[in-house]
Each structure stands twice: as structure tokens, then as C-alpha cells.
Unconditional design. Sequence first.
Length: 573
Amino acid sequence: MLGSNGSYFAEILTQAGVITEDQAKAAEEAAEQRRIPLTTAVKELGFADRNCISQVLAEHFGLRSIDLATVDVEKDVLSLIPHSVARRYKVVPLEKKDDTLVVAISDPLNLHSIDSLRMLLKMHIEPVIADADDIQKSIERHYGAEEEAVAKMLEEISSGDIQFIDESGKAMTAEEQEEKAEAEEAPVIKLVSLLIMEAFRNRASDIHLEPLGRKFRIRYRIDGYCHEVEGPPRRLQSSVLSRVKIMAGMDIAEKRLPQDGRILIKVLGREIDLRVSALPGSHGESIVMRILDKEGLLLGLSELGFSSEDQKTYEKLIQLPHGVLLITGPTGSGKTTTLYACLNYINRPDRKIITVEDPVEYTLSGINQVHVNEDIGLTFAASLRSILRQAPNVIMIGEIRDLETAEIAINAALTGHLVFSTLHTNDAPSAIPRLIDIGVKPFLVASALQSVMAQRLVRKICPECAQPYDPPDYELQAMGLTRDELKNANLRKGTGCRSCSNTGYRGRIGIFELMTVNDDVQKLIYKCVPATEIRKVARQYGMKTLREDGMLKVLSGVTTFAEVMETTIKDVD
């Protein structure tokens, strides 16, 4: 936790006469042993007070210092940075001046956080120095302490203040909810609420409720992997499943057919959208609730995991006036998050952007979004035909599923629109034969397609328990590297801690395979050659494969070799 910044801060405080060299050494040892910031160690050892430390650091770096204990932030300013972002970067917004946001930080050398905020908010960031503990207390005071938020959430849930949505999208009335009273027992209500809250607090993407005969199993999918948690007694299975179906607006009497629903709920002050799927099984209905954290989609391109070279290339591509940009990968590979990041990047008042999605996962300010509803005939194709009359500059299609949607998208690109969409293929070159297989003419694909990007998500090494890692010979052989080639590498591995639930991983990051469609690739498309031939030419022009991009992140200490190997298939040269 000390790191190079801790040693530097110790030197600054020593030169300023705030602490002695012996005290600096003692503080460094305490910070290293307890894995806390050096400034916290200095305070806890009684060597200097928080205001003195902040003032010295501020003067050294030419910044202002501030005592957050005496500062109240206006709600309008507070809303500029979501709670999750404030926690992640350990910052507090203080004041907005034109296009500049003043934020309190404790580490003036943490340029990554400042740059990420600038990209995310599209504002200039003016940092001021504050004590790290004061920042944490200020976040809890202004955004609400988790314990108070939990109690408040449960109270709201018990009093029926959750917004229930039925299958038609209409909110259920209190009378309609009372009609389904068999699952409205207070203990069951609180149990389901706690299951959702705990899943959210553990960063789960899905909640699995699975009847297994003698057992009612509950699992959370965290960072792509399922983790079983302690579930309720088997006797409560029926009541829990019925409660979830009521919240999702499903028919609780229908247990023979699959059903889909939706739950809108606020957890810890954040709006959460749950997409619910019920599937009949031999021991009862299996229910999966997918958690769509709307604030979690507020990522900038720099946070997705692009290499600097690929990011520059993609930033140029997404600002083209026309063409089709495809993102490919399996379900759960982060395609939607990437699409939203792209739209957020190019969203300007002089551009009209329209999206067609199923579902609309996050409402983007300044963008017209259409929710597909096939029950009433509002399909992707039908929506596209109508929105072209709205004269948009940019169109985002959630997914190209059929020939009609593909043709409309490509024709839109050929008539001066920039089109973003997704496909389900294993790699970037395979998207081209996939489009042709759907029925799109090769010359149309060659003329309209600007780029295809395949992506996957790999788990990141937990920063709290990361340690240097010396790989065994068999891993080096599998990686195709020698020990001499690892001299400048930063191989790491998580040992497991409370922060990462002893997995050694916390969070996920993207790995990418970006293929631009140049003249040579266009010629191959005209000839309808296999994806392997397209891949060879794309590689000649510098395309990194998923495996290669993953290996770069392994060598830089972001993820592990085992994670990349498991996520990517063997590259074909």
C-alpha cells in the first residue's frame, strides 16, 4: 500500500520539517505492514495532524488544501460524480466553475484518477488536497453511509415503495399487488431484498435462484464466475420464487412456461434494473436476475482496457462521418458497455444520435433511444425504417439478428450515417462471412464496413493482495516466452484477501482484437474468402489478436496468464 508515492511523500514531509527521518522510517514500515497510505500512518502514529500534512503536500505541488470536515457540497455539484465513481477514485466534488470541476483528492500524484474523471465527465478537473480519511467520511456523509442506506432501503421495500413493472411495462397498483398476497409475508420480502442488496454489494452481475430437489441453491455471478452463497431453507423456496415473480410483474400462477420480467429498485441510493428470467425445471422454476447497474455503464474509452495504440485508432474510427462499426463477442463480453462508451465519447450538441435497443440498459443524456417491443411489432427493422426519417448522424443498433436489419444498417451507412452494432462471432474476421451468410451482398459489406472489433472480459488482479509472480517453466513455454524476455515485465498474482473474497481477482477489463477494413481487406471480401485468409492480411497490417492483447496485459501486471488462456482460443496465424 506504501508504493513509490509513499516514499516520496515521506521525503516531502521530512524536508518540510513536519516529521523526522526516524519518524518517516517508522511511518513507512507501519504503512507497509498494515497496507495503509503513508499519510494515514503518520497521523495514526501521532507524528503530525491531518491539516498539516495536507497543507505541506498542497504547497509542494502548487495546489490548494481544504478541510472537508467544514465543507458542505451542493446537491447539483454532488450529482456530477456518481457514488460509485467517488468511491472508486476516492474523490469528492466541491464546486463547478463553468466547464471546470473542483474535486478533493488525497494523492496529488494519482494522475490516472484525474485523467479518468476528465474523460468521464468531459470537464476540466481542478484538484485540491484533502485528508484521505476526511474524503472517505465526506463521501459517506454526502452520499449516505452504507449502513443507513441499507436500513432505509429495507424500510422502503417493506412499505411497498418499490416500483413494480408488469409485462406490458405498466406500473402495478397497490391493489394489484395485494391480490397476490400469498408471497407478501414480511420475512420473505426482507429475504429477497437482502439477496438483491448483497448481490449488488458484492458486484454480482447475476443472481441465480435454483431449486435442486433437496436444496434451494443461491449463486451470484461475480466477475464472470458463479459463487454459491448461503441460501434460505428449502421450505421457503416457493414463497421466494413467487415474491420475485410478483416484483417482476410475472404471472405467479403460470409455472409451466418460461417468463420474462423486469424489476426497478433503488439499492444504496443507486437505481438498479433487474432483468428476470423464469424457466420451468423438474424441481421448480429456475430464476435468474440480471443486474444492470446504470451507473456502472458510465465508463470512458480509457477505462475499457484499450492499449494506447488501439485507443487512438478507435477514437478516429468512431468519429468518421459514415460507415458500419461492429463489435463482436459472446453474451456477457461487455459489448453494450463499449457501445455506450463510444456514444458517450462522440455525443455532442451538433450530432443527432438515435439508438435501437432491446432493452435500453442506460438512459444517455442528449441521445434518442428506442426500446424494441416485438409483441407490438416494434422490431429492430421496423424501428430502423422509421428512425432514418429522423435524419440522424449516428445510429446504434443493439444487435444485427437478421438480413432485414443488416441490410437497413448497411444502406444507412452508405447514405451517410455512422452505424454502431454488434454480432455474435468468436473473432473479428469472422464477422464478415457471418454477414455474407445472413444474406448481405459481399460488395455491400466491403463498401460499408469500416471496422470490426472482437472483445472479451478478463478478471483483473486484486490491487489489495497483488504480489510479484515468477511463472514456472511450463507457463513460460505456453506463453512462448523466455526468462530473458521477462526482464522488463511486471508479472503479478493475487494471493487472495477479504477485498476480493480470496479469489485474487477484483473487477474485469476488456481485451480487444481491432480489425480495420482497408483496401486489401475489401478485395478479400469481394472474393468471399474464408475468415482465416482475412485474418492473415489483417495481421500483416498490425491487428493484435485477443490472445496477444491479453498477453500485453499479463506482462503489465493487469491480469494473469491463466485468465487470458481460459478466455481466448488459440490464435490461428
